[in-house]
Design a binder for this molecule. Sequence first.
Ligand code: SAM
Length: 175
Amino acid sequence: MEKSIRVLRVGQRYVRDDRTLTHLCLVSRALGAESIYLEDAEKDVVGTLEEVNRTWGGEFKAVLGLSWKKVIQEAKKEGRKVVHLTMYGVPIQEAVGELRKEGKLLLVVGGPKVPGKVYHEADYNVSVTSQPHSEIAALAIVLHEIQSGEELKRAFQKSRLRILPSARGKRVVEN
Ligand SMILES: C[S@@+](CC[C@H](N)C(=O)[O-])C[C@H]1O[C@@H](n2cnc3c(N)ncnc32)[C@H](O)[C@@H]1O
């Protein structure tokens, strides 16, 4: 089944963390999500992603400025299951069987502080170990588990450049 996976990053920034936000976008794009919602980010993030799409293909989108409540409400209206990643949740290895059966998902990750309501609004609260770590790492592992590794084989359409994987050095061709 072709899946539609979107990502939401909840939370306002206390400090500028554009690098974290950019990495969340790049990981989402590379590992099979179609878009990311960022509540609070600099507009440069969108420009960076457009440039990445032009060079490396695909149509990944970043949507800025919508509140997490609105994004979750809209997701539920269209039958998209909301999966909140949190160290307090059910281990991914227990939840993944059910998640693989879902066609449309919204994966929610937090920043410095996640409002308690997110835990209640989510259809699933899922952990990647019960240890604290990083939203980028948790997201990558959950994307990988849900898609059973199929996302690693995906070709990105309409790229300007394409890598020819090699054991040594860099081989890149223009399309
Ligand atoms: C740096 S943590 C901050 C967590 C914060 N103490 C809170 O209020 O939840 C940022 C985000 O990383 C993700 N995260 C961190 N550890 C995780 C884990 N073990 N499993 C799943 N997600 C995790 C969660 O999405 C979390 O909101």
